[in-house]
Design a protein around this ligand. Structure first.
Ligand code: ATP
Ligand code: MG
Length: 352
């Protein structure tokens, strides 16, 4: 016997299901599309705000359960995603970059570039279109970490990014002779970095990850101003001196009205052969800083020789060590970052 339900019944049922990140109903978020009812079977598209959605499975099963409760025989859900665009970038003519995410720390050597590279590759693996811009004018090395030594020849006067491990890359290190010291600093370099966003043939990008140089001086401030950064991720070690510098970096972004997606703690511990954790750089600094700043703690990454090795070999750990625990941590972090961007764009759409 066939039951009598309409598209409106399906929408009403799905209106009761909330996106756990955005705290609003799937229907009000326009996530439900193309509902088809046939022979007591329902099919629809569920459009997530990022393919790297940490709660993808949870949302799908809650939606299925809600529609099954109408008494239908079967529910078929096509999971899709459309990443929303930072409204400020939308207004930039000719630019097809939806969101720009800066990776920063006050202190040098804490793992910004390592995080930027692995996060970019992980987001690319999830299905997003990702670019990486190495804006570290003092010591660019993301190209080394990705195993890239040149960019293609320019086309029609536009710079073409390198492509590796599923992402696009532009680094100052690919444009200047590596043997020459970088005397090309200051305003000229900043306008070059701006050009890297505006005049590089990026194509359409969901996320452009920007690896910023360490520090919170004039160089970092003006770089953060020349690029329209959607939000920043702050990296710190657990130790106090690194946290102090990370706090300065966070304050810099706050003063520039750039939202902070959260804190990543790198080199949190070294796993010993007996399974215990050796907290070489101290403990808990990342969580404490996140609490103090009132921003999410995005997660911790241990000291792992395979992370270092991947960087030196130009093959990021997330690319070819799928079973490694650090790979899983980088992937989870990337999902948290993507979810943070979704939350921001949701807030923007409500505050205008
Ligand atoms: N979790 C980790 N485990 C092991 N080695 C790591 C880890 N994170 C980073 N490294 C290594 O530590 C060194 C510094 O990392 P990285 O270059 O990413 O830091 P950075 O903050 O970008 O430095 P800089 O401030 O100089 O730009 C690199 O050799 C990298 O391979
Ligand atoms: Mg670096």
């Amino acid at each position: 016997m066939s039951i009598n339900i309409t598209e409106k019944d399906v929408l009403n049922a799905l209106d009761q299901v909330e996106d756990p990140e955005l705290h609003a109903s799937l229907v009000s978020l326009h996530m439900v599309q193309n509902i088809v009812l046939k022979d007591d079977r329902v099919s629809f598209d569920l459009i997530l705000t990022t393919p790297a959605c940490p709660l993808k499975n949870e949302i799908e099963s809650s939606a299925r359960e809600a529609v099954m409760a109408l008494g239908v025989k079967d529910v078929s859900i096509q999971m899709k995603s459309v990443i929303r665009e930072d409204p400020r970038l939308k207004n930039r003519e000719g630019l097809r970059i939806k969101n720009i995410i800066a990776i920063a720390s006050g202190k040098g050597g804490v793992g910004k570039s390592t995080l930027a590279v692995n996060m970019a590759v992980a987001l690319g693996q999830s299905g997003a279109k990702v670019g990486l811009l190495d804006a570290d004018i003092y010591g660019p090395n993301t190209h080394t970490m990705l195993g890239v030594d040149h960019i293609p020849a320019p086309q029609n006067g536009r710079i073409i990014p390198a492509e590796k491990s599923g992402i696009k890359l532009i680094s100052i290190g690919l444009l200047v002779d590596p043997k020459q010291p970088l005397i090309w600093r200051g305003p000229m370099l900043h306008s070059a970095i701006k050009q890297f966003v505006m005049d590089v043939e990026w194509g359409e990008l969901d996320y452009l990850i920007v690896d910023l140089p360490p520090g919170t001086g004039d160089a970092q401030i003006s770089l953060s101003q020349v690029i329209d950064i959607t939000a920043a991720v702050i990296v710190t070690l657990p130790q106090n001196v690194s946290v102090d510098d990370a706090r300065r970096a966070a304050n810099m972004f706050t003063q520039l009205s750039i939202p902070i997606l959260g804190i990543v703690e790198n080199m949190s511990y070294l796993k010993m052969p007996d399974g215990t954790h050796n907290a070489i750089f101290g403990e808990g600094g990342g969580v404490k800083l996140a609490e103090e700043l009132g921003v999410p703690f995005l997660g911790e990454i241990p000291i792992d020789a395979e992370i270092r090795e991947g960087g030196d070999k130009g093959i990021p750990i997330v690319k070819n060590k799928q079973d490694n625990a650090s790979t899983q941590l980088f992937k989870a972090l990337s999902c948290q970052v993507a979810a943070g961007i979704s939350r921001l764009s949701h807030q923007d759409s409500h505050t205008g």
